[in-house]
Design a protein around this ligand. Structure first.
Ligand code: UDX
Length: 445
């Protein structure tokens, strides 16, 4: 089939490349000329394992093209996939201006029957609005469909090629058949719904995963006070099939391009129909506060952070990505600076992206992990990069001025810590706290 993908962000680019790998002819469209030129030369604007190789393979096979020429791509396509950004407006609502603009341009180019699919995450009812808008611009026949995307950054290709499910929301049998033909090679587990339910599935899924994370983070906070170990608690809970073991890793909270934006958007969607989504509001509050535990723990050991040098390992919102959108590191570093500390920061690949947004005289960006830790008063691990897990704690101890380690992602084990002198704080594992004032809690009921 001939596919046009509008928008070469994470979702658009990865989906387009994967559909071409399945043997379809895919044209990826973007307004940004420089980005398109980069992609035409085989350069990839984002870091995503395996993506560059797949672009090279399918471009040289003639199945994958990049262009700024939206009308030509749409005219040649059987299926048009819209995957442009829907960022947050200041009030938390999704900004639909890009997708509506794209829909107008698609409408102007439609020359024969097309299935027009939205993969961007959009509020319930948006696909219908898109349909009405396109109908007001063209008399050609078309159908709309919502096919939300569930890929994760860092494992985007694996997730796209091996999805847990594909959700197809459309009212048209022809569109459904064409979309089954496109997605059929990926999975047998295809769910057919109406358009509005498909739109809701995406928000509900992300909100539920965010809820799991905030839930386990609160359990971790309680574990710290009652002397239980959250990793064992999560393991014990996870064996219950009704709960499941994933997304129960306690840490400093979720970030990234989806969870923060989509939880806020769902709260707004509910608000528009006079529903107060209290649970999700709490999930967001818990998440916003969780990152400050790093500061609270540092202060419980160092007391005054003024004049101290704090090393930060990890600027990306999670490992295997250079994406820093809504990364907890922003608030943590801002808080450190507000308290008069200096920061030395290192990330294996996200430093350049972080520095573009956060350039400050008291933040030194380092080229290697050791440089950041060298002579620092404490080290905070904010992203669980494998590279950090592979560094010996003895080396880290020898680099730091004082052996203070705040492990925001629980990457170190009891054995690794055993013969070190660290004052160590992780998340929800009080039995591993070493050399800190607050030892085993005393419970009184
Ligand atoms: C997420 C969804 O998983 C994906 O389905 C959707 O399409 C986009 O949003 P992504 O943001 O790429 O994907 O990353 P994900 O692996 O889901 O992690 C999101 C955040 O949650 C990260 O900050 C991560 O550190 C955090 N997280 C995840 C936890 O703190 N604990 C966990 O157990 C899992």
């Amino acid at each position: 089939m001939n596919i046009a993908v509008i928008g070469t962000g994470y979702v658009g680019l990865v989906s387009g490349v994967c559909f071409s790998d399945l043997g379809n002819h895919v044209t990826c469209v973007d307004k940004l000329k420089e980005k398109v030129e980069m992609l035409q030369q085989g350069e990839v604007p984002i870091y995503e394992p395996g993506l560059k190789e797949l672009i090279e393979k399918n471009s040289s096979a003639g199945r994958l093209k990049f262009t700024t020429d939206l009308p030509s791509a749409v005219k040649d396509a059987d299926i048009v996939i819209m995957a442009v950004g829907t960022p947050s407006l200041p009030n938390g609502e999704a900004d639909l201006s890009y997708i509506m603009e794209a829909a107008k341009e698609v409408a102007a180019a439609v020359n024969s029957y097309k299935v027009i699919v939205t993969k961007s995450t959009v509020p319930v009812g948006t696909n219908e609005k898109i349909g009405n808008l396109i109908r007001s611009y063209t008399t050609e026949s078309f159908d709309i469909a919502s096919v939300p995307e569930f890929l994760r950054e860092g494992s985007a290709i694996r997730d796209t090629l091996n999805p847990d499910r594909i959700v197809i929301g459309t009212e048209s049998q022809l569109a459904q058949d064409m979309l089954v033909k496109l997605h059929g090679p990926l999975t047998d587990n295809i769910i057919f719904t109406d358009v509005r339910s498909a739109e809701m599935i995406k928000y509900a899924s992300n909100a539920f995963l965010a809820t799991k994370i905030s839930f386990i983070n609160e359990i971790a906070n309680i574990c710290e006070k009652v002397g239980a170990d959250v990793t064992r608690v999560a393991e014990g809970m996870g064996y219950d099939k009704r709960i499941g073991s994933s997304f129960l890793k306690a840490g400093i909270g979720y970030g990234g391009s989806c969870f923060p934006k989509d939880t806020q958007a769902l709260i707004q969607i509910a608000g528009h129909v006079d529903y107060d989504f209290k649970l999700l509001k709490s999930v967001v509050d818990v998440n916003n506060d969780q990152r400050y535990n790093v500061i609270r723990k540092l202060e419980s050991i160092l007391e005054d952070l003024s004049g101290k040098t704090i090393a930060i390992w990890g600027l990306a919102f999670k490992p295997e990505t250079d994406d820093v959108r809504d990364a907890p590191a922003f608030e943590i570093i801002t808080s450190l600076l507000q308290r008069g500390a200096k920061v030395k920061a290192y990330d294996p690949i996200a430093t350049a992206n972080f520095k573009k947004i956060f350039d400050h005289p008291d933040v030194k960006y380092c080229k290697v992990a050791e440089e950041a830790a060298h002579d620092a008063d404490a080290l905070c691990v904010l992203t669980e990069w494998r590279e950090f897990q592979e560094i010996s704690l003895h080396d880290i101890q020898s680099w730091l001025k004082t052996p203070i380690l705040i492990d925001g992602r629980n990457i170190f084990t009891e054995q690794e810590l055993a013969d070190t002198e660290f004052a160590y704080y992780s998340v929800g594992r009080p039995s591993m706290n070493k050399g800190v004032r607050e030892q085993s809690p005393i419970l009184s009921f």
